[in-house]
Ligand binder design. Structure first.
Ligand SMILES: [Zn+2]
Length: 226
């Protein structure tokens, strides 16, 4: 099981590069190991080109290294905090993607003004607190901001994006979609004020996308679609 999660987490890092969400060694993906109090995360400071399943790091839910020769990502404590406090979460992603982080720099939530946002996020993408790295403050900020919120993404103020998912692939998708809508709403703002969507329409879009959309009960890319 651990070796398949290592391979999955390594492969998903390539998606961050493909969608241009990261530069240099910034950003990270982690995945919970099903049936164990463990998760797999990227090593710290290693080029995306040099990531392999074998150099992924296995940590316990306190963020302590269980398997791996390299130091884990500097964001490991934040990921561990999320896994400890959200048993429903199977994957966590962090990026400094440009458009989404520009909203974080202003401390401004991204308003739900696109049907694609209602689908994926069920409302605005919220702002989390300013938090320094090195203790549980980032993890606590993620969990507290997303508590009771439909959005799987949070913009940590002056920092960047954290996303959660039932698995790591869903968290990567949320990170890709967060950057996409951050960019589009930014572009809309250049020429005026975006038009809000009525709450009942947001609710209908979210419900349809989360429950009806896609290849129901079929398998796409090895993962059940929703
Ligand atoms: Zn960061």
């Amino acid at each position: 099981m651990i070796s398949s999660v290592r391979a999955e987490v390594c492969a998903l890092h390539a998606e961050l590069v493909r969608y241009r969400l990261v530069v240099w060694t910034a950003g990270n993906v982690s995945a919970r190991v099903p049936g164990a109090d463990l998760f797999v995360i990227k090593p710290s400071g290693v080029s995306y080109d040099d990531l392999t399943p074998a150099n992924m790091i296995v940590c316990d839910l306190d963020g302590a290294v269980v398997e791996g020769d390299l130091a884990p990502s500097s964001d490991t404590a934040a990921h561990a905090y999320v896994y400890r406090h959200r048993p429903d979460v199977g994957g966590v992603v962090h990026t400094h993607s440009a458009y989404a982080s520009s909203w974080a720099a202003r401390g401004e939530p991204i308003p739900c003004v696109l049907t694609a946002m209602a689908d994926e996020f069920g409302g605005e993408i919220p702002i989390g607190p300013f938090a320094l790295i090195g203790n549980d403050d980032i993890g606590k900020g993620i969990v507290e901001t997303l508590d009771g919120h439909r959005s799987p993404a949070v913009l940590m103020r002056n920092h960047g994006v954290f996303t959660i998912g039932r698995d790591a692939r869903a968290a990567v998708k949320a990170a890709v979609m967060a950057e996409d809508v951050a960019r589009t709403v930014h572009l809309a703002r250049v020429h005026g004020e975006p038009v809000p969507i009525d709450q009942e329409d947001i609710d209908a879009l979210y419900h349809r996308y989360q429950n009806v959309y896609g290849q129901s009960k079929s398998i796409v890319d090895g993962v059940p679609a929703r």
